[in-house]
Design a binder for this molecule. Structure first.
Ligand code: NAP
Length: 322
């Protein structure tokens, strides 16, 4: 079958290790099921994998991709939860210390077929195309957990979302609006700020711009480039929810600000299978349209990954597999 896979790790030139080509059919262990992939979505995770973050040389070659929607071996239209728990784990899978994401230990979704544990399948609602459904399992799920599980926000509160153009951030704008929050967003580029307004942001700001008032919570996926602004944006007692650090992992901590203003810094990672089910219900019930920047065939995955490296993206890049 055809797949996009990491053949080599190159921390400086992630595209150098990417191959598109024929690979063996998936191995389907007891309790797992094969899914015919119709659409997969790219994430910054694929860039990190090619750079060797979360993927080591001894696991190569590794099929990339965390997100998939397709048809299971019983003919059901499904989307795939990307978190694979360790055998015997019970409870919130994102708290399993031995969990992995598709493409870290088990082959990923950028392939014609994929094997996953049966419990990782979620029925695809008829309201979503395969391409739209493929956007949900990583970026939208991460945004969902940040906003509705980890932020402590209540309807009417103000949330600032940094880096509006990104997959998680643009999802967070849509979900935050649906959740009844006052939604503010930042971006480095005017076209992305305009896009954030189209998605439902109430106000937009340049990256680092002084805000008219302090906010209740900040959703952080950018890291070093926006961290200082995020700390300064918060009301006393406010909370940063952080799930990523695209621009760098080591921002200045500004400890005095954190303790004098009693700020909270809360980590968030992916979400559970149950949260993915609730996200799918929310998207279905509210008529939220997952934002697709562009769709590509599997043969052109490299151009999509390059766009993620360049930050040249508005929402999700989807790979239509069959
Ligand atoms: N913990 C988890 O479970 C989890 C899940 C999903 C993603 N993540 C992480 O979250 C991050 C975002 O993921 P994604 O897939 O949404 O990535 P993405 O689509 O590539 O988005 C990254 C966004 O970050 C902003 N950005 C990048 N460099 C910047 C800089 N130097 N200054 C200001 N803004 C900058 C950009 O926003 P603007 O251009 O609009 O300013 C860009 O659109 C990644 O690091 C990813 O690994 C973590």
């Amino acid at each position: 079958m055809l797949a996009a896979f990491a053949l080599r790790i190159d921390p400086d030139d992630p595209l150098a290790g990417l191959e598109i080509g024929e690979v063996p059919e998936p191995n389907v262990p007891e309790g797992w099921v094969e899914v015919e992939v119709r659409a997969a979505a790219l994430n910054h995770h694929d860039v990190w994998s090619l750079r060797g973050q979360g993927l080591s040389e001894e696991r190569l070659p590794m099929i990339l991709g965390c997100d998939a929607a397709g048809v299971d071996s019983d003919g059901n239209e499904v989307l795939v939860h990307a978190v694979i728990s360790s055998p015997g784990w019970r409870g919130d899978d994102s708290l399993d210390p031995k969990r992995t994401l598709l493409s870290e230990l088990h082959p990923g979704s950028l392939a014609e077929r994929l094997a996953v544990p049966r419990e990782n399948l979620i029925p695809k609602p008829a309201s979503l195309s395969f391409a739209e459904a493929a956007c949900l399992p990583t970026a939208y799920l991460t945004a969902y957990r940040m906003l509705f599980t980890r932020s402590g926000l209540q309807a009417g509160d103000t949330v600032l979302i940094q880096g509006a153009g990104g997959g998680v951030a643009s999802a967070a704008i849509q979900l935050a609006r649906a959740g009844g929050f006052r939604v503010w967003a930042t971006s480095r580029e005017q076209r992305k700020r305009d896009y954030a307004l189209e998605l439902g942001a109430h106000a937009v700001f340049e990256s680092g711009e002084r805000l008219p008032e302090k906010v209740d919570a900040v959703m952080e996926t950018v890291g070093e480039a926006t961290w200082k602004h995020s700390l300064r944006a918060l009301k006393p007692g406010g909370r940063i929810v952080v799930s990523g650090a695209t621009s760098g992992f080591n921002p200045p901590a500004d400890l005095p600000r954190i303790f004098f203003l009693q700020l909270e810094v809360v980590g968030s990672t992916m979400g559970s299978r149950e949260e993915l089910g609730r996200l799918v219900s929310l998207v279905d019930a509210q008529g939220i349209e997952p934002q697709i920047d562009r769709t590509l065939p599997l043969a052109e995955v490299a151009s999509g990954i390059q766009a993620l490296v360049d930050g040249d993206v508005l929402g999700k890049i989807v790979v239509e597999v069959s």
